[in-house]
Design a protein around this ligand. Structure first.
Ligand code: DGL
Length: 249
């Protein structure tokens, strides 16, 4: 397994790519962001499935060995549909996130907070998978305002603090929190500040662990070759990649 396709609604999936690049699991990554139609988070299930299937048309130009769906909103709704029409493995971020959480939190009475876009929260995918595993105390909270803040490169400060308060004012004693959106790891420090004693689940790190254990992928010595494609304004995607990935990109 050497060439991975990574699909996201836009630039946010670079937070997952960062984890993949740090671990050098692939020789090559083809990144495809649907920047012309971002955000997916406010869209409904059928639209997200349609967009995901259309993205497959793009990946037909490349002989990919695996498709990694970095977008939580797509992972929430379209994995089954993508798998039905592909011959390579399709891996979303939600199952790996749940596995990462359950590996670390054994107490089924633990208080778990899921944050994500409206689509991800509405799908109840994280909640259902956790409940299937016996976890009882799950709070879901759509926190979509964090997406445009990160897009505006506002990673900390008054607006982020106020938004944290706006969403989490009435939430206390959380043992584990899922940053269930590509953009949220960019404000991980702020999450940590607000929830200092809480285990934070990061989709990128979770999927790296999942890929290693499911496909026996190992850390490579060579730097991963990465190519960026976008449905609109690819140069902006490349600029964000430079900022977020630094030397890794
Ligand atoms: N990539 C999306 C996700 O992880 C966030 C941005 C969007 O709404 O498209 O859910």
């Amino acid at each position: 397994m050497t060439r991975a396709g990574v699909f996201d609604s836009g630039v946010g999936g670079l937070s997952v790519v960062k984890s993949l690049l740090q671990e050098k699991l692939f020789e090559e990554i083809i990144y495809y962001g649907d920047t012309a139609r971002v955000p997916y988070g406010p869209k409904d299930k059928n639209t997200i499935i349609r967009y995901a299937l259309e993205a497959l048309e793009f990946f037909k130009n490349f002989d990919i060995d695996i498709l990694i769906v970095a977008c939580n909103s797509v992972s929430a709704y379209a994995i089954k549909e993508l798998r039905e029409v592909t011959t390579f493995p399709v891996v979303g971020v939600i199952e790996p996130g749940v596995i990462a959480l359950t590996n670390k939190i054994k107490d089924k009475d633990a208080n778990i907070l899921i944050t994500g876009t409206k689509a991800t929260i509405k799908s109840e995918k994280y909640k259902n998978l956790l409940q299937d595993r016996g976890y009882k105390n799950i709070i879901q909270k759509a926190t979509p305002l964090f997406v445009p803040l990160v897009e505006e490169k506002i990673y900390s400060g008054n607006i982020v603090d106020a938004t944290m308060k706006h969403y989490f004012n009435d939430i206390n004693s959380i043992d584990a929190l899922v940053m269930g959106c590509t953009h949220f790891p960019l404000i991980e420090k702020e999450y940590k500040k607000y929830f200092p004693n809480t285990l934070l689940i990061h989709s990128g790190n979770a999927i790296v662990e999942y890929l290693k254990s499911t496909y026996s992928l190992k850390k490579n010595n060579n730097k991963t070759d990465i190519k960026f494609y976008a449905t609109e304004n690819p140069s902006q995607l490349k600029e964000v990649a430079k900022e977020w990935l630094g030397d890794l990109g």
